[in-house]
Design a protein around this ligand. Structure first.
Ligand code: GAP
Length: 494
């Protein structure tokens, strides 16, 4: 089953993942706020990316450059001149569209063959009554569209108190340029030898003409970008170094998304045609994901050659070269750029994790997040909230586990419903404290000091001593098999 975008939007709002920005004022176009669970999920994506690509690799270092940069950066990078989309305006309703996307939208049509009745016709199709194709505005069906004009996607702003041209600058439309302009600072301060990479996570802003599809295309988003510098004179395994590393990064990036749960059948590679390559690229391959809106770009991996370093050297007058000790010459490195959107990655992980199934005649919605991604790792649930000793023990378990992981306590419903709630937000394990845990002196039953752990995916249970919980969860949350826990700590048969 492939989930719809409406289902994800509704789940995200209901369960505290993502809210529309400024909702009480009617919302702002294409801006979204990450709620308590959304922010955890987003942090987890960024944390594993940073750990896998920066922390664990000896050939990588990190950076956090500022969003506002010298305006000449954007002249040098080509963004002032080339970072544009063609746009058309409706002369009647004033709506604005991307010229290249108008025919991909459903269109409103007042059909002369049916006394001017209004129809909304699927994208690209003619009217089934009169056979006409769209020529007017797709939204109002009345206005002519202007000829296409180029619209720059960078947000303009002013540095300082005076709004004049000399103070004009931009919110960065990609994090990449902060890396290029710091190439020499990083290479020198960290004594780097080629090949090496610089990674960065941060906000980027684009004044998209037609944002939309939830968090897929927004005006403010986050990127996780790597610029991997290689010596273009080197060869690796018989290939030019840039081409070898480009292949390596494509394979690594695909494997990374699969490692954290995206199914292979929902991922594919798409090579950019020569005529769609960005002005800086020798070759670009997109990793596409089968989003609820269809196959679309999840990340791009570009070979940007020496374009950016050369441009910044030209505009700044500072050499951005590397001294090749072996060949005793200065070279301008080539750069491979794996560039992923955090928000798009989150949407893909959410869509892939979503499953509906039937359990004992009832619908169960479950997010099968990889444990590293799950916003909450463990939920502690008291079986009876009237029993003060059960509640106290459950709080104590939560306190102990929350030293290591995000853990929640919930006693606001019966146990079946509490499990469903945790399934719906992807919590991998629930811990239930019951009468056996604390004993029942009235009935002369002694405490066994054990709790029940329930596994989200199999819904199986194990009965584990409270003292053993931290090592058990350490193992499970690091990928240890549930079957090992289930056989070591079998649950009593009910
Ligand atoms: N530095 C290269 C670069 O920025 P890009 O293909 O324009 O390349 C890289 O962007 C990634 O950033 C995309 O693959 C996508 O995941 C994300 N991205 C780009 N525009 C976005 C937008 N308007 N909203 C959300 N994510 C976006």
């Amino acid at each position: 089953m492939h989930v719809t975008m409406d289902t994800l939007v509704s789940l995200s709002k209901r369960r505290g993942f993502i809210f529309q920005s400024s909702e009480i004022y009617g919302g702002t176009g294409s801006c979204w706020d990450y709620g308590p669970l959304g922010v955890e999920l987003k942090q987890n994506i960024k944390r594993i990316w940073w750990r896998d690509y920066i922390q664990r690799r000896p050939d990588m270092v990190g950076l956090d450059a500022s969003i506002l940069m010298h305006p000449t950066v954007w002249k040098a990078s080509g963004h002032v001149d080339n970072f544009t989309d063609p746009m058309v305006d409706c002369l009647e309703c004033r709506h604005r569209f991307r010229a290249d996307k108008v025919d991909e939208m459903p269109w409103v049509h007042y059909c002369a063959a049916t006394k001017g009745n209004k129809f909304t016709i699927p994208a690209g199709e003619p009217c089934s009554h009169c056979g006409e194709r769209r020529t007017l505005c797709p939204d109002c069906g009345k206005g002519d569209l202007t000829a296409p004009r180029q619209f720059n996607l960078m947000f303009k702003t002013f540095m300082g108190p005076v709004e004049e041209d000399a103070a004009l600058t931009y919110l960065r439309p990609e994090t990449a340029q902060g890396i290029f302009v710091n190439f020499d600072n990083v290479a020198q301060s960290m004594r780097r030898k080629l090949p090496f990479g610089i990674g960065q996570i941060g906000k980027a802003f684009r004044n998209e003409i037609t944002p939309g599809n939830f968090i897929f295309r927004t005006r403010e988003f986050e990127q996780m970008e790597i610029e991997y510098f290689v010596n273009p004179r080197d060869t690796v395994e018989g290939k030019p170094a840039d081409e070898y590393w480009h292949e390596r990064w494509i394979a690594d990036s695909l494997a990374w998304f699969q490692r954290y749960g995206l199914r292979a059948e929902n991922l594919r590679l798409r090579e950019h045609e020569k005529d769609e390559l960005a002005h800086y690229a020798k070759r670009t391959a997109d990793i596409e994901y089968r989003f609820p809106i269809g196959w679309s770009e999840l990340m791009g991996i570009a070979n940007r050659t020496d374009f950016d370093l050369k441009q910044h050297a030209k505009f700044s007058g500072k050499a951005l070269t590397y001294f090749d000790e072996e060949r005793k010459e200065h070279v301008v490195p080539y750069v491979i750029e794996p560039s992923a959107g955090v928000d798009r990655a989150l949407l893909a992980f959410l869509a892939d994790a979503y499953q509906e199934e039937e359990v004992r005649g009832e619908k169960r919605v479950v997010l099968r997040f990889h444990p590293e991604l799950a916003p909450v790792k463990v939920a502690v649930l008291p079986l009876l909230k009237k029993r003060e000793d059960i509640v106290r023990t459950a709080h104590a378990v939560r306190d102990t586990l929350s030293r290591h992981w995000p853990v929640v306590y919930d006693d606001t419903a019966a146990i079946g419903r509490l499990y469903r709630r945790q399934d719906e937000v992807g919590t991998p394990y629930c811990v239930t404290v019951d009468v056996q845990t604390v004993g029942d002196s009235d009935k002369g039953e002694s405490a066994d000091g054990k709790v029940t752990i329930r596994d989200r995916d199999s819904m199986e249970q194990a009965r584990v001593p409270i003292d053993a919980l931290p090592p058990v969860f350490l193992d499970l949350l690091n990928g240890g098999p549930w079957s090992a826990v289930a056989s070591k700590y079998p649950a009593a048969k009910t």
